[in-house]
Design a protein around this ligand. Structure first.
Ligand code: TZP
Ligand code: IFP
Ligand code: MG
Length: 210
Protein backbone atom coordinates (compact mmCIF):
# COMPACT_ATOMS: atom_id res chain seq x y z
CA UNK A 1 0.00 0.00 0.00
CA UNK A 2 1.20 3.55 -0.58
CA UNK A 3 0.70 6.48 1.78
CA UNK A 4 -2.47 7.73 0.05
CA UNK A 5 -4.07 4.31 0.61
CA UNK A 6 -2.97 4.35 4.27
CA UNK A 7 -4.68 7.74 4.67
CA UNK A 8 -8.12 6.48 3.48
CA UNK A 9 -9.67 5.86 6.94
CA UNK A 10 -7.06 7.00 9.46
CA UNK A 11 -8.28 6.32 13.02
CA UNK A 12 -6.79 8.41 15.85
CA UNK A 13 -7.35 7.59 19.53
CA UNK A 14 -6.06 7.95 23.08
CA UNK A 15 -7.41 6.48 26.32
CA UNK A 16 -9.48 9.61 27.01
CA UNK A 17 -11.31 9.36 23.66
CA UNK A 18 -13.16 6.19 24.59
CA UNK A 19 -15.37 4.97 27.40
CA UNK A 20 -14.15 1.39 27.47
CA UNK A 21 -10.83 -0.34 26.91
CA UNK A 22 -8.93 1.32 24.02
CA UNK A 23 -7.53 -2.10 23.07
CA UNK A 24 -11.03 -3.42 22.42
CA UNK A 25 -12.00 -0.28 20.50
CA UNK A 26 -8.90 -0.54 18.30
CA UNK A 27 -9.51 -4.24 17.57
CA UNK A 28 -13.08 -3.41 16.51
CA UNK A 29 -11.97 -0.46 14.37
CA UNK A 30 -9.41 -2.67 12.62
CA UNK A 31 -12.10 -5.32 12.03
CA UNK A 32 -14.13 -2.54 10.41
CA UNK A 33 -11.32 -1.77 7.99
CA UNK A 34 -9.37 1.27 9.20
CA UNK A 35 -6.27 1.78 7.04
CA UNK A 36 -3.93 3.41 9.62
CA UNK A 37 -3.90 4.14 13.37
CA UNK A 38 -2.49 7.05 15.37
CA UNK A 39 -1.91 6.81 19.13
CA UNK A 40 -2.72 10.30 20.45
CA UNK A 41 -2.56 10.34 24.26
CA UNK A 42 -3.36 13.98 24.96
CA UNK A 43 -5.64 16.32 26.92
CA UNK A 44 -7.31 15.86 30.27
CA UNK A 45 -6.87 12.47 31.87
CA UNK A 46 -4.18 11.49 29.40
CA UNK A 47 -1.82 8.76 30.65
CA UNK A 48 1.82 9.55 31.34
CA UNK A 49 5.10 7.65 31.74
CA UNK A 50 4.93 3.87 32.25
CA UNK A 51 1.14 3.63 31.82
CA UNK A 52 1.30 5.58 28.56
CA UNK A 53 4.17 3.41 27.30
CA UNK A 54 2.31 0.21 28.20
CA UNK A 55 -0.86 1.26 26.39
CA UNK A 56 1.15 2.40 23.35
CA UNK A 57 2.96 -0.96 23.31
CA UNK A 58 -0.30 -2.93 23.52
CA UNK A 59 -1.95 -0.90 20.73
CA UNK A 60 1.15 -1.26 18.57
CA UNK A 61 1.01 -5.05 19.02
CA UNK A 62 -2.63 -5.08 17.89
CA UNK A 63 -1.72 -3.03 14.81
CA UNK A 64 1.20 -5.36 14.03
CA UNK A 65 -1.08 -8.42 14.21
CA UNK A 66 -3.28 -6.89 11.52
CA UNK A 67 -0.57 -5.11 9.50
CA UNK A 68 -2.08 -1.67 10.18
CA UNK A 69 0.53 1.11 10.32
CA UNK A 70 1.00 2.45 13.89
CA UNK A 71 1.71 6.18 14.20
CA UNK A 72 2.54 8.07 17.42
CA UNK A 73 1.36 11.67 17.88
CA UNK A 74 3.69 14.34 19.35
CA UNK A 75 5.97 12.05 21.37
CA UNK A 76 8.99 11.57 19.09
CA UNK A 77 11.04 9.70 21.72
CA UNK A 78 8.21 7.23 22.35
CA UNK A 79 7.83 6.66 18.59
CA UNK A 80 11.55 5.92 18.25
CA UNK A 81 11.64 3.76 21.41
CA UNK A 82 8.75 1.64 20.06
CA UNK A 83 10.01 1.57 16.49
CA UNK A 84 6.63 2.95 15.40
CA UNK A 85 5.78 3.08 11.71
CA UNK A 86 5.55 6.85 11.94
CA UNK A 87 5.30 10.05 13.90
CA UNK A 88 2.75 12.87 13.66
CA UNK A 89 3.77 16.37 14.74
CA UNK A 90 2.12 19.76 14.91
CA UNK A 91 3.61 23.18 14.27
CA UNK A 92 4.51 23.56 17.94
CA UNK A 93 6.26 20.20 18.16
CA UNK A 94 9.81 19.33 17.12
CA UNK A 95 10.53 20.51 13.52
CA UNK A 96 9.83 17.89 10.83
CA UNK A 97 13.35 17.97 9.36
CA UNK A 98 14.84 17.24 12.82
CA UNK A 99 12.39 14.37 13.36
CA UNK A 100 13.25 13.03 9.89
CA UNK A 101 16.95 13.05 10.84
CA UNK A 102 16.25 11.25 14.13
CA UNK A 103 13.90 8.71 12.56
CA UNK A 104 14.83 8.36 8.87
CA UNK A 105 12.85 5.13 8.36
CA UNK A 106 9.59 6.28 9.95
CA UNK A 107 6.70 8.07 8.25
CA UNK A 108 6.39 11.73 9.22
CA UNK A 109 3.01 13.48 9.27
CA UNK A 110 2.61 17.21 9.90
CA UNK A 111 -0.45 19.29 10.85
CA UNK A 112 -0.61 22.36 8.60
CA UNK A 113 -2.98 25.36 8.53
CA UNK A 114 -1.70 27.30 5.51
CA UNK A 115 -0.12 26.78 2.08
CA UNK A 116 3.17 28.09 3.50
CA UNK A 117 3.15 25.48 6.28
CA UNK A 118 2.29 22.85 3.65
CA UNK A 119 5.23 23.91 1.44
CA UNK A 120 7.56 23.82 4.48
CA UNK A 121 6.39 20.30 5.40
CA UNK A 122 7.10 19.16 1.83
CA UNK A 123 10.56 20.75 2.01
CA UNK A 124 11.17 18.97 5.34
CA UNK A 125 10.46 15.62 3.64
CA UNK A 126 7.20 14.91 5.43
CA UNK A 127 5.18 11.97 4.07
CA UNK A 128 1.71 13.46 4.52
CA UNK A 129 -0.06 16.47 6.05
CA UNK A 130 -3.23 16.82 8.10
CA UNK A 131 -5.52 19.76 7.36
CA UNK A 132 -8.38 20.90 9.54
CA UNK A 133 -10.60 21.23 11.40
CA UNK A 134 -12.83 20.75 8.36
CA UNK A 135 -15.97 20.64 10.54
CA UNK A 136 -16.69 21.73 14.12
CA UNK A 137 -15.26 19.42 16.77
CA UNK A 138 -15.10 19.35 20.56
CA UNK A 139 -12.49 16.58 20.68
CA UNK A 140 -9.55 18.98 20.43
CA UNK A 141 -10.24 22.12 22.42
CA UNK A 142 -7.55 24.40 21.00
CA UNK A 143 -8.22 24.01 17.29
CA UNK A 144 -7.81 26.79 14.73
CA UNK A 145 -10.93 28.12 13.00
CA UNK A 146 -13.15 25.60 11.19
CA UNK A 147 -12.02 25.72 7.55
CA UNK A 148 -14.19 23.27 5.64
CA UNK A 149 -12.15 21.95 2.73
CA UNK A 150 -11.02 25.43 1.63
CA UNK A 151 -7.32 24.88 2.31
CA UNK A 152 -7.42 21.40 0.75
CA UNK A 153 -9.08 22.81 -2.37
CA UNK A 154 -6.57 25.68 -2.45
CA UNK A 155 -3.68 23.21 -2.45
CA UNK A 156 -5.22 21.18 -5.28
CA UNK A 157 -5.97 24.34 -7.28
CA UNK A 158 -2.26 25.13 -6.97
CA UNK A 159 -1.56 21.67 -8.44
CA UNK A 160 -0.04 20.44 -5.17
CA UNK A 161 -0.66 16.69 -5.35
CA UNK A 162 0.96 15.91 -1.96
CA UNK A 163 -0.81 13.38 0.40
CA UNK A 164 -3.44 15.28 2.43
CA UNK A 165 -5.80 13.90 5.07
CA UNK A 166 -8.72 15.94 6.42
CA UNK A 167 -9.46 16.04 10.14
CA UNK A 168 -12.07 17.46 12.48
CA UNK A 169 -15.71 16.55 13.06
CA UNK A 170 -15.73 13.93 10.31
CA UNK A 171 -18.58 11.39 10.26
CA UNK A 172 -20.03 8.90 7.75
CA UNK A 173 -22.51 11.64 6.76
CA UNK A 174 -19.97 14.32 5.81
CA UNK A 175 -16.95 12.15 4.89
CA UNK A 176 -17.68 12.24 1.16
CA UNK A 177 -17.46 16.06 1.15
CA UNK A 178 -13.88 15.84 2.45
CA UNK A 179 -12.85 13.58 -0.44
CA UNK A 180 -14.75 15.75 -2.96
CA UNK A 181 -12.81 18.70 -1.50
CA UNK A 182 -9.62 16.97 -2.64
CA UNK A 183 -8.40 15.03 0.42
CA UNK A 184 -6.82 11.61 -0.09
CA UNK A 185 -8.47 10.35 3.09
CA UNK A 186 -10.19 11.18 6.36
CA UNK A 187 -8.92 10.99 9.93
CA UNK A 188 -11.37 10.39 12.72
CA UNK A 189 -11.42 10.25 16.48
CA UNK A 190 -14.87 10.21 18.11
CA UNK A 191 -17.02 9.01 15.20
CA UNK A 192 -15.25 5.68 15.76
CA UNK A 193 -13.99 5.80 19.38
CA UNK A 194 -17.39 6.69 20.87
CA UNK A 195 -19.52 4.67 18.45
CA UNK A 196 -21.83 1.95 19.78
CA UNK A 197 -20.03 -0.30 17.32
CA UNK A 198 -16.58 1.00 16.31
CA UNK A 199 -16.48 -1.83 13.75
CA UNK A 200 -19.68 -0.67 12.06
CA UNK A 201 -18.59 2.98 12.25
CA UNK A 202 -15.31 2.14 10.50
CA UNK A 203 -17.16 0.12 7.84
CA UNK A 204 -19.52 3.03 7.15
CA UNK A 205 -16.64 5.50 6.92
CA UNK A 206 -14.81 3.21 4.51
CA UNK A 207 -17.94 3.00 2.34
CA UNK A 208 -18.26 6.78 2.38
CA UNK A 209 -14.74 7.36 1.04
CA UNK A 210 -14.78 4.65 -1.63
C1 TZP B 1 -6.75 16.26 16.57
C2 TZP B 1 -7.57 17.23 15.82
N1 TZP B 1 -6.99 18.20 15.02
C3 TZP B 1 -7.86 19.02 14.41
S1 TZP B 1 -9.47 18.58 14.87
C4 TZP B 1 -8.94 17.27 15.85
C5 TZP B 1 -9.90 16.40 16.60
C6 TZP B 1 -10.64 15.48 15.69
O1 TZP B 1 -11.49 14.67 16.48
P1 TZP B 1 -12.93 14.24 15.95
O2 TZP B 1 -12.72 13.31 14.79
O3 TZP B 1 -13.54 13.54 17.14
O4 TZP B 1 -13.64 15.51 15.58
C1 IFP C 1 -3.67 17.37 15.13
C2 IFP C 1 -3.64 16.45 14.13
C3 IFP C 1 -3.92 16.81 12.78
N1 IFP C 1 -3.88 15.88 11.79
C4 IFP C 1 -3.58 14.61 12.11
C5 IFP C 1 -3.56 13.61 10.96
F1 IFP C 1 -4.83 13.31 10.64
F2 IFP C 1 -2.93 12.50 11.33
F3 IFP C 1 -2.96 14.16 9.89
N2 IFP C 1 -3.30 14.18 13.35
C6 IFP C 1 -3.30 15.05 14.40
N3 IFP C 1 -3.02 14.65 15.58
MG1 MG D 1 1.27 18.02 18.41
Amino acid sequence: MNIKEYLKVYFIMGSNNCKGDPRVVLKEAIAGGITMFQFREKGEGALQGKEKYQLAYDLQQICKQHEVPFIVNDDVDLAIKLGADGIHIGQEDEKAYIVKEKAPHQLIGVSVHSIEELQQAIKDKADYVGMGPVFPTTTKTDTKAVQGTNLIQQARQQKIDFPIVGIGGITAENAEKVIQGGADGISIITAISLAMSPKQAAEQLLQAVK
